[in-house]
Ligand binder design. Sequence first.
Ligand code: GDP
Ligand code: MG
Length: 148
Amino acid sequence: MEKTFLMIKPDGVQRQLIGDIVSRFERKGLQMIGAKLMTIPVELAEQHYGEHKGKPFYDNLVQFITSGPVFAMVWEGENVVELTRKMMGKTNPKDAEPGTIRGDYCMYVSKNIIHGSDSTESADREISLFFNDNELVSYNKAINSWIY
Ligand code: GDP
Ligand code: MG
């Protein structure tokens, strides 16, 4: 089953949106297989956001993502990468449609409350940066036959 890495950023945690956001993915029919509340070390932030190194917002991004606890998660489901990107909405909340997480909950591009992998390749990379294999739980939900 396809997997993705999702992370509620420090602004989402401070704004007490963990429950709302998790609930949206649960109600969609996706399955959480790993989660932890953690403060990201600067080195890990730099690896995670390596593709943005050199961009004008990079330093602030690393500073922000390490500024307080995040809620890191792995979710599983058919087409989970594309689905969760759609549910998150556009990177800049001003362009994110109402009904999406960024469209409903935030205002500004550098405080856009959630990260989600943008491809299955980046999902694999990000999952292995944040989680050990033994932190991911494979289990069968009885309700799955009503979802698929
Ligand atoms: P994402 O995959 O939708 O999160 O977007 P990107 O991978 O392009 O960028 C990573 C994060 O950097 C975004 O979620 C934003 O928080 C931040 N970011 C991206 N573009 C900009 C920008 O133009 N200005 C600022 N201040 N932050 C940005
Ligand atoms: Mg990205």
